[in-house]
Design a protein around this ligand. Structure first.
Ligand code: PMP
Length: 424
């Protein structure tokens, strides 16, 4: 099978798995592997241009700043955004917390007149979905606790139909005139289902709510243009898109970044500081306090180059073939049920499943003993598991470097699990 990327670009995939078996990496939804081009870009930066950005007048500081901003430009254009609309963060979790804390600062009156529209209080509502990763749920629960706003959620289709686990649009009525924020995942990291963005955005727009998209599991897998999606803000993490850990991004429309009050404060995000008060730099700098993750940003820029070269459409097409193979294969194995939609349409290749009568950790161990690496647990998304009558599941997830042979190795190993534990 031809892959949209060259497998030899990923040196780690050539190492053996447990016990000398062939390594089959199916945990890209947790963290993806990095190609040599990304590793080299970081090495090249560190060996030729490392310096603190925006802080010195010397050559290295200048070249480091240029590399850092160049990476920002690549990331912005990758998602159809403007350069100054991309704020570097540590990861998606930090980006979502940034927005939530900024809104509570607006509630406290910070940010002046421009930020008043973001203030929340009793009687206001924030809408999320039951399918959220905890990173896009807990910050909003905390924001509600700090402001007196109430959390509501779009529910998911119950277990038992082909659409199980997809967002249930019949519950979209939770978005009403009290709704001030709607935050939802573009793609669930458990079910792999792609959210009906247009419908949710239309409902949010009708009531003037701020729309925050967790694009963590979409940006690495198919073309995403934040402007076309019509959302106000979006977040994603470098390490899930063939880039480094320690870097992610918050994108938001320029007028929103301008109006939002600052969250983290300190060096590099200011204009004038006196003992009495401080004025802040313009976005994105006003959200980038302290010494930044420069080589990681450069690495993410290289990851974007790499993804562009492979082509996001090719990656999506390839991963769809693998997803179908996983779902078709699971359907033939007795006692294994999918946690999420059972068809390969409108979804990506993160497939969670339950092996009846076997604990997910045991499933993971049997597969790992054969070199097949998957994720087990609740995948930081406990509420959606409740709908599937389970606390945890196993999850196979694909990246552009996976092959049909990888999927077959996974299915082969999975078919041995119940017999191994004597439950079939
Ligand atoms: N949202 C989703 C949908 C995710 O899959 C993840 C990571 N599993 C996150 C948010 C959090 O990402 P990070 O840990 O990189 O901040």
């Amino acid at each position: 099978m031809t892959t949209p990327v060259s497998i030899s670009d990923f040196p780690i995939l050539a190492r053996p798995g447990r016990g000398g078996s062939r390594l089959v990496y199916l945990d890209s939804a947790a963290t993806a592997q990095r190609p040599t081009q990304v590793i080299e870009a970081e090495r090249e930066f560190l060996t030729t241009a490392n310096g603190a950005v925006k802080r010195g007048s010397h050559l290295l500081a200048e070249e480091a700043t240029e590399a850092y901003e160049n990476a920002r430009a690549k990331v912005a254009s990758f998602i159809g955004a403007e350069h100054d609309e991309v704020v570097w963060t540590k990861n998606s979790t930090e980006a979502l917390n940034l927005v939530a804390y900024s809104l509570s600062n607006a509630t406290l009156g910070r940010g002046g007149e421009a930020a008043r529209r973001f203030a929340l209080g009793p009687g206001d509502e924030i809408v999320v979905t039951r399918a959220e990763h905890h990173a896009n749920l807990v910050p909003w629960q905390e924001l509600c606790a700090r402001t007196g706003a109430q959390l509501r959620w779009i529910d998911v289709v119950p277990m038992g139909s082909a659409d199980q686990g997809r967002l249930d649009l019949s519950t979209l009525g939770v978005i009403n005139e009290k709704t001030k924020v709607v935050a939802f995942a573009h793609v669930s990291n458990v079910t792999g289902a792609i959210a009906p963005v247009d419908e949710i955005v239309a409902a949010a727009r009708a009531v003037g709510a701020l729309v925050v998209l967790d694009a963590c599991q979409s940006v690495p897998h198919f073309p995403v243009n934040v402007t076309d999606l019509g959302v106000d803000a979006a977040v994603f993490s470098g390490h899930k898109m063939l880039g480094p850990t320690g870097v992610g991004a918050l994108w938001a429309k320029a007028e929103i970044l301008d109006a939002l009050p600052v969250f983290m404060t300190g060096g590099s995000m200011v204009e004038v500081v006196t003992m009495e008060e401080t004025t802040y730099a313009k976005a994105p700098a006003k959200f980038e306090a302290g010494t930044q993750m420069v080589s990681q940003a450069v690495g993410l820029g290289a990851a974007v180059d790499y993804l562009n070269k492979a082509g996001m459409d090719s990656i999506a097409g390839h991963e769809q073939v693998l997803t179908k193979r996983i779902l078709d294969g699971i359907a033939t194995i007795e006692g294994v049920r999918v946690v999420g939609p059972t068809s390969d349409e409108n979804r990506v290749g993160a497939v969670a499943f339950v092996v009846e009568d076997v604990h997910p950790h045991d499933v993971g161990q049997v597969l790992d003993s054969r070199g097949v690496e998957i994720r087990v647990g609740h995948h930081c998304a406990q509420p959606i598991h409740q709908v599937f009558d389970t606390f945890a599941s196993s999850r196979a997830s694909v990246g552009p470097y996976n092959t049909e042979a990888d999927i077959d190795a996974f299915l082969d190993a999975l078919s041995t699990v119940r017999p191994y534990f004597g439950v079939s």
